[in-house]
Design a protein. Structure first.
Length: 316
């Protein structure tokens, strides 16, 4: 009888221990994407840094927007969010998205903006001089970087999280863009400029360039820095007409952000995770089994690329 009681107590203890484990849900992206892969790397390196038997749980999602809004709806405790998306919602919905409610755990890799324009595209409007200037820029074999002001008042296409990136670009640069979300069955040959944000090489961009119907446009970065400091100068390389071309553009960092609470003890796991990622960054970058983007994260951190968003304070 005593043996059965003892076994019963052990079983109950085991169930209690299992029940006390806490999954810290992290919004990522598709299971085949970088966000999901990199959060899995963080879990492998830093799960032991969490207190109170908490464990990271990467959760697939539709990306930055769902991850950000899901933190407000208690769907996620953390999420990977592009900074332009974060800053855009902070301006348009400041009560829900602000530096007191959400803080940065760690900066991650950069996603580049691709501006594709159909060959022979005629801008909207009746300004003949403007159209001639636009046409000249696009027809050159090696066109100079264009000013984003040439897009003012135009309709641009996008889809997924890039829709919010295009709206953010319009908002912060004062472009008054009409951003149209292109459905999946209409993406083969859209006759409008396209704004697509993603790591490169980005498969949709490769497909558009392979069709021979689109220009990948170089962008003059100088005008962006003063208006939106979170944009980072960048370049992307793609095969165009059988040759590799490097095209100047800009990008935004992805950020791992977490919910912030007034009571500091409730932020302990966010701080612990931030410390662990910082301490493990070299190993994450060098490990052959981790996502290759960790190398660029290390380079960005070494270059001092920091957002002006609030961070969880690292332990001294």
């Amino acid at each position: 009888m005593n043996l059965f009681k003892a076994l019963g107590c052990l079983t109950l203890l085991g169930l209690t221990t299992m029940a006390s484990a806490t999954d810290v849900k992290v919004g990522t992206g598709s299971e085949s994407g970088n966000y999901y892969s990199m959060v899995k790397d963080i879990k492998a390196y830093c799960d032991d840094a969490l207190e109170n038997d908490a464990h990271l749980l990467p959760v697939k999602s539709d990306g930055s927007v769902e991850n950000l809004l899901g933190m407000n709806s208690k769907q996620f405790s953390m999420g990977v969010v592009q900074e332009d998306v974060l800053q855009y919602f902070a301006k348009t919905e400041p009560r829900k998205v602000n530096g007191n409610r959400m803080k940065v755990i760690d900066g991650m890799h950069m996603e580049s903006l691709h501006l594709l324009i159909p060959k022979g595209y005629q801008p909207e409007g009746d300004d003949a001089g403007w159209k001639a200037m636009w046409s000249g820029l696009i027809k050159d074999e090696k066109p100079k970087p264009i000013s984003l002001n040439l897009l003012k008042g135009q309709t641009v296409g996008s889809w997924g999280g890039s829709v919010i990136s295009a709206k953010a670009l319009s908002y912060f640069m004062g472009l008054n863009l009409n951003v149209v979300e292109i459905p999946a069955d209409k993406r083969s040959n859209p006759n409008m400029p396209l704004v697509l944000v993603g790591g490169h090489p980005y498969k949709p961009v490769e497909q558009y360039l392979a069709s021979g119907k689109y220009h990948l446009v170089a962008i003059d970065f100088a005008q962006l820095a003063g208006k939106a400091p979170f944009y980072i100068q960048s370049s992307v390389s793609y095969r165009v007409d059988g040759k590799i071309q490097s095209v100047p553009t800009f990008g935004v960092r992805a950020l791992l952000i977490g919910k912030s609470f007034r009571k500091e003890e409730r932020n302990a796991n966010m701080v612990n995770l931030a410390n662990c990622i910082t301490d493990s960054l070299i190993d994450l970058a060098d490990d052959p089994d981790t996502n290759p983007n960790w190398a660029s994260v290390y380079e960005l951190e070494e270059a001092g690329e920091q957002t002006n968003w609030n961070y969880f304070s690292l332990s001294k």
